[in-house]
Write a protein that binds this ligand. Structure first.
Ligand code: 5GP
Length: 225
């Protein structure tokens, strides 16, 4: 006979949307990639792959890091309502394709979003109860600049623009559920993991828990009768 305890592991929940934002260079991409590459997460967490009109960096792969599209293709998707949110960042358009996200959440899989504050606000408006948001801050302004320079994939002009944009992005830190100051990558990673673990246990994420608890109470009644 399946006891309430043995059934507990089977309780399905709706997936959550883990949104991570930060100014470029704060370490967000390293943190989110580490989470996605964690073998434990293989069947549980996937990245929402955005569409963007920005040109591809040499290290990027189309369909893996982004879907690189023309402005026309982007406009068609946006006008057809195929994007869950979209924004202009650093002069380029970025957006989240709707269908992949909705399917994953329905199937109980969590989705990770590497999007900016404008996109986060749109997701709050559309599906606040599904969203868990984390803002990553650099430890110092100097460190932010040297991380952007070390990346060396962008021109001096682009780096200057990104630093300028950081000053506009950072004031939005207090619109997020959690804030990480990324002084040490390992430490920040374990904190990000702790956030995800705790959020997965939230009652609202587990609608089928009611059925489990009813079964538990019924079993209890039998034992105590
Ligand atoms: P990058 O060009 O460095 O890959 O990304 C620039 C900024 O755009 C980052 O802050 C990133 O989080 C944001 N971004 C990437 N994809 C999306 C998206 O689909 N929607 C929104 N709103 N922002 C995005």
């Amino acid at each position: 006979m399946a006891t309430a305890q043995s059934k507990a592991g089977d309780i399905r929940r709706r997936g959550l949307m883990l949104v991570v934002s930060s100014p470029s260079g704060a370490g967000k991409t390293t943190l989110t990639r580490s989470l996605l590459n964690d073998p434990q997460e293989k069947d549980h967490l996937s990245l929402s792959i955005s569409v963007t009109t920005r040109s591809r960096r040499p290290s990027e792969i189309d369909g893996v890091h982004y879907h690189f599209v023309s402005q026309r293709q982007f406009d068609v998707m946006r006008d057809a309502g195929d994007l869950l949110e979209w924004a202009q960042v650093h002069g380029n358009c970025y957006g989240t394709p709707r269908e992949a996200v909705e399917k994953a959440l329905e199937a109980g899989r969590d989705v990770l979003f590497d999007i900016d504050w404008q996109g986060t606000q749109q997701l709050y408006g559309a599906m606040r109860s599904d969203v868990v948001s984390v803002f990553v801050l650099p430890p110092t302004a100097e460190e932010l600049r040297s991380r952007l320079e070390r990346r060396a994939e962008d021109s001096d002009e682009v780096i200057r623009q990104r630093l300028h944009n950081a000053a506009a992005e950072i004031p939005h830190w207090d619109e997020y559920d959690y804030v990480l100051v990324n002084l040490d990558l390992d430490e920040s990673f374990s904190r990000l993991r702790a956030i995800l673990t705790a959020e997965r246990l939230r009652r609202v994420q587990r609608p089928e828990m009611t059925r489990f608890v009813d079964g538990l109470l019924e079993d209890l009644k039998k034992i105590t009768a």
